[in-house]
Design a protein around this ligand. Structure first.
Ligand SMILES: O=C(O)[C@@H](O)C(=O)CO
Ligand SMILES: [Mg+2]
Length: 259
């Protein structure tokens, strides 16, 4: 079975953030991820990881003003300086947390921003970030996020766009973050797609669809998908990034026998 991680931004929200590490470990997870670590000192988060024997598997570069609706700034030409400063901050957190990969959110394209300019900015920012991460021994992930339900206007909304970007950037440490939930909405054909995309996949996340809840609440056949991920030889982490339909503890039936 794959190595499963818990996304602490979405799971165990019954308790405050820093208490979720203990809940994840008690539930049998060995790895955790969350969207952003920046509101807490890195040393405090590292202490939680160590206390509970957990590995930090991923977090995101600073996304701009998340509460104001921003979803990454990598495609925005007037935010390059801020993007670069964010990369430096993220690398420092990754060093303390011993986290080997970071996800870059491409961002929403403002309606008045020229599409080519947004793309060229993205290529240039991702190239710059990839080089900085390479120096630090880290992998840079690029997530394709659905633009139909959750993030209308998100620049990288298909696996094909991420692959095109990876080709233009040409960094050995740049990978696709394959989120089964987003890909089911945008593309479907999940198992065959993952088989084709395997050499480029650096991280996998999942939730069922519709609803973005735990496996078994929607249309994805997760026993087949998990078995296929194993069969195809994927060696990375597979993170539970769903909103539990009720209490988190009651949403973990999919995890039985996989700990
Ligand atoms: O799928 C998602 O939403 C996340 O992986 C993320 O990083 C941005 O919200
Ligand atoms: Mg995701």
């Amino acid at each position: 079975m794959p190595s499963f991680a818990a996304n602490l931004t979405m799971l165990f929200t019954e308790v405050p953030f820093t208490e979720r590490f203990a809940r994840a470990a008690d539930a049998g997870f060995r790895g955790v991820e969350y969207l952003f670590p920046y509101a807490w000192p890195a040393a405090e988060l590292k202490a939680r990881l160590d206390e509970h024997g957990l590995t930090q598997v991923l977090f995101n570069l600073p996304p701009g003003d998340w509460d104001a609706g921003e979803r990454g700034i990598a495609c925005l030409p007037d935010r390059v300086e801020e993007f670069r400063a964010g990369v430096a901050t993220a690398i420092e957190y990754a060093r303390v947390l011993d986290c080997p990969r970071l996800n870059c959110l491409a961002g929403l394209k403002p309606v008045d921003l020229n599409e080519d300019l947004a793309w060229q900015t993205l290529v240039s920012n991702v190239s710059w970030a990839a080089a900085r991460l390479e120096e630090a021994g880290l992998t840079l992930c690029l997530e394709a996020i659905n633009s139909r339900v959750d993030m209308p206007g998100f620049v990288l909304d298909t696996s094909g766009k991420v692959l095109a970007l990876i080709e233009e950037v040409d960094g050995d440490n740049v990978r696709l973050q394959y989120d089964l939930y987003h890909m089911q909405i945008m593309e479907g054909d999940l198992i065959r797609s993952m088989e084709c995309l395997l050499p480029w996949i650096g991280h996998i996340q999942f939730a069922d669809n519709p609803g973005r809840h735990e496996p078994g609440t929607g249309e994805i056949n997760f026993s087949n998908v998990f078995a296929a991920i194993d069969r195809m030889g994927y060696q990375g982490w597979v993170s539970a990034e769903y909103r539990p339909s009720a209490a988190t503890a009651d949403s973990l039936q999919w995890f039985e026998g996989k700990r």
